[in-house]
Design a protein around this ligand. Structure first.
Ligand SMILES: *Cc1c(COP(=O)(O)O)cnc(C)c1O
Length: 358
């Protein structure tokens, strides 16, 4: 608390990101960064833009990037909204679409925790819909959202931190039954095997699909995210963005992102390798007596049957391996473990075996 703060600041509940260790040589499996580096073409593109042009503001509309995204997904340029990370895009979405008096936002009780932070920030009332016993979203729970006065719906698909995903037929039903309210599908982990909802954009003007280059394109450090939606929704987002920051993406980020989106060969290969490692990790953890939820993301959500999750988390840290533990009802017996490269996955399994024989 400070007497200098605006009134609402003391009431905020800021998002707490996973630890970014400063010096220690830790194996980092806690924030779902990509196990392999970005495409070499990204480095070339950034190098090529290290010149006197940095003196100039970037294009406010990030035109080249918008063009690349529109070509990559086969949607109109007026259906693309880019931002400095998908967190920023999500913040603008909450601001532009969900601030409706007396109309709560419907979202899963267990999902990306930043949504709750934005609700507080923008004074949006959350209406939490429980995941089922298997920690899956029950799509039918959202069928009557609009009928029951919801102002909007948001969920991550695949969901975080569970890794479960909803099939497109279920998402289609949610969209069709809630035509008057926006439905945001956060596809941060879409590049690891699940099917994107973006083919539903044509038919459903209420759909917003959010992507990031942080996970599937190994560019968490570049901070690039985007939303795909009807031109009508994108126009609202632009109004909000242009009331906040005209130039959210710097020249280097725009150049690197375009190069990444144009190198699908590279990412098809590295993402396939992650899926392979995910299968290995799932099997090896199961063999170590973990319950492992089936995952479509670059992490697994796993519960040790032989110990508390917190104890395993603490001991792994002492062993030099960082994973993520959420001290929250329903999920505090689980660990979220990023799928690393093969050596990292093996080091994790070795450490767990050492814990069990101690
Ligand atoms: C990582 C993540 C994001 C944020 O991605 P950035 O583009 O790095 O801000 C958004 N949503 C979900 C579900 C995530 O896991």
């Amino acid at each position: 608390m400070s007497r200098y703060w605006s009134d609402h600041v003391s009431g905020l509940s800021p998002y707490v990101p996973g630890e970014q260790p400063k010096k220690e040589q830790l194996i980092k499996l806690n924030t779902n960064e990509h196990a392999f580096g970005p495409s070499p073409k990204v480095f070339e593109a950034i190098q090529a833009n290290l010149n006197d042009q940095l003196r100039l503001y970037p294009q406010p509309g990030s035109d080249a990037l918008v063009q690349a995204i529109s070509a990559c997904h086969g949607v109109g340029r007026d259906q693309v909204f880019v931002g400095n990370s998908s967190d920023e895009v999500l913040a603008h979405l909450f601001n532009a679409l969900f601030r409706k008096a007396d109309k709560p936002l419907w979202l899963p009780d267990i999902t990306y925790s930043f949504y709750k932070t934005y609700c507080k920030f923008y004074d949006i009332e959350p209406h939490f819909v429980s995941l089922d016993e298997q920690l899956q979203i029950n799509a039918t729970d959202y069928h009557e959202a609009q009928l029951n006065g919801a102002g909007g719906i948001i969920f991550a698909n695949p969901n975080a931190p569970t890794g479960h995903y909803l099939t497109l037929d279920k998402i289609t039903r949610i969209l069709a039954l809630n035509p008057a309210i926006p439905v945001v599908v956060d596809e941060a982990y879409i590049n690891f095997g699940a099917q994107s909802a973006l083919n539903l954009l044509q038919e459903h003007e209420n759909l917003v699909v959010v992507h990031t280059l942080s996970k599937g394109y190994a560019l968490a450090g570049l901070r690039v995210g985007y939303a795909l939606a009807s031109a009508e929704i994108v126009a609202g987002l632009q109004r909000v963005k242009d009331s906040f920051n005209s130039y959210p993406l710097d020249r280097l980020a725009q150049a690197g992102a375009v190069a990444a989106l144009n190198d699908s060969d590279y990412y098809d290969k590295t993402n396939a390798a992650i899926i392979e490692n995910r299968d290995y990790l799932t099997q090896a953890l199961s063999a170590c007596d973990f319950e492992v939820l089936p995952s479509m993301a670059n992490f697994v959500f796993a519960r040790p049957r032989w110990s508390s999750a917190k104890a395993v988390f603490d001991t792994l840290r002492e062993q030099g391996i960082l994973v993520r533990f959420f001290d929250q009802p329903r999920i505090n017996e689980f660990l979220r473990i990023t799928v690393g490269n093969k050596a990292e996955c093996e080091a994790l399994i070795t450490a767990i075996k050492a814990q069990k024989t101690k």
